[in-house]
Ligand binder design. Structure first.
Ligand SMILES: Nc1ncnc2c1ncn2[C@@H]1O[C@H](COP(=O)(O)OP(=O)(O)OP(=O)(O)O)[C@@H](O)[C@H]1O
Ligand SMILES: [Mg+2]
Length: 263
């Protein structure tokens, strides 16, 4: 780690922490172990890109980080709170407010206009003010398409709307799963430029899975998921020293472990 990275690490607080995350899926009578032990600290305002061959577990990891699925073991901590201890309601509120999700397939609701799609996450929390939706559509260059339905928009335009929607509740963390996967190269790059500029200007932590090495290179931290573990791209992962098994570690010991773990 160079001096700049050390200074940056000291200044930026952890937002999401993965601790010894394991996840398997049943395939008939056998269990397929997908994630074998993910340890990672995601810090405020940085962009983390995750590469990995198809089936390596990128989507699985993003789902665990967003609390959409539960790990078999290990924890996801949001600012030192174990999200597995949240009630269903707390988890839904946390996910809706702290996490913005962007998917490969956009997942806009077809019967709603662009503006309505963008404002939907806020409406779920009882906020009916349409103005922030307009502002976000402006920020993603889609104000002229506010009243169009998704079927009337190109793929790139739909992804811009989906990015605006992900930002609607002003989340701290943006999680994007192959956001350019359905787009041609040029449109994909435009969407990524937009996503990166919004992440930077708004200080969001961005965790982005991609198959595109050029896109991955644009991350502040470039990671590869292989063999069920996360490695830094281009250099081997050195596991941190043994950790206490107890889930009730003190904040001090957690901090010590964080300083040893790569991030
Ligand atoms: N719900 C599920 N049930 C059973 N197996 C699953 C499930 N979800 C994922 N898997 C398996 O877990 C492995 C990892 O899948 P995942 O979708 O996380 O990979 P990925 O790295 O995102 O791949 P891609 O690059 O193709 O999107 C795959 O072998 C997949 O078949
Ligand atoms: Mg995937």
């Amino acid at each position: 780690m160079n001096e700049t990275e050390s200074r940056e690490k000291a200044e930026r607080a952890p937002v999401l922490t993965a601790e010894r995350l394991q996840k398997s899926f049943r395939a008939g009578s056998t269990a397929v172990l997908v994630l074998t032990g993910i340890d990672m600290v995601f810090r405020e305002g940085l962009c983390y890109t995750i590469q990995g061959v198809s089936g390596s577990g990128k989507t699985t990891l993003l789902h665990l980080l967003a609390g959409l699925e539960n790990p078999d073991s290990g924890q996801v901590l949001y600012r030192n709170q174990d999200i597995s201890r949240f009630s269903r309601k707390q988890l839904a509120v946390w996910r809706g407010q702290a996490i913005g999700l962007v998917f490969q397939a956009y997942h806009l609701l077809p019967e709603l206009t662009a503006l309505e799609n963008v404002n939907l996450p806020a409406m779920l929390f009882g906020q009916r003010d349409a103005k922030p939706g307009w502002e976000l559509l402006k920020a993603v260059g889609m104000i002229h398409r506010s009243h169009h339905r998704p079927s009337e928009l190109s793929g790139g335009e739909q992804q811009r709307v989906a990015i605006a929607r992900a930002l609607r509740n002003d989340p701290e963390i943006l999680i994007a799963d192959e956001p350019t996967g359905n787009l041609d190269e040029e449109t994909g790059m435009e969407v990524i430029d937009l996503l990166l500029s919004l992440h930077k200007s708004r200080g969001k932590t961005l965790v982005l899975a991609t198959h595109d090495p050029r896109l991955a290179q644009r991350g502040d931290r470039q990671l590869v998921l292989t063999g069920g573990k996360l490695e830094h791209a281009g250099r081997p992962f050195h596991p941190s020293p043994s950790r206490p098994d107890s889930p009730t570690v003190t904040s001090e010991s957690r901090r010590e472990r964080e300083s040893k773990r790569f991030s």
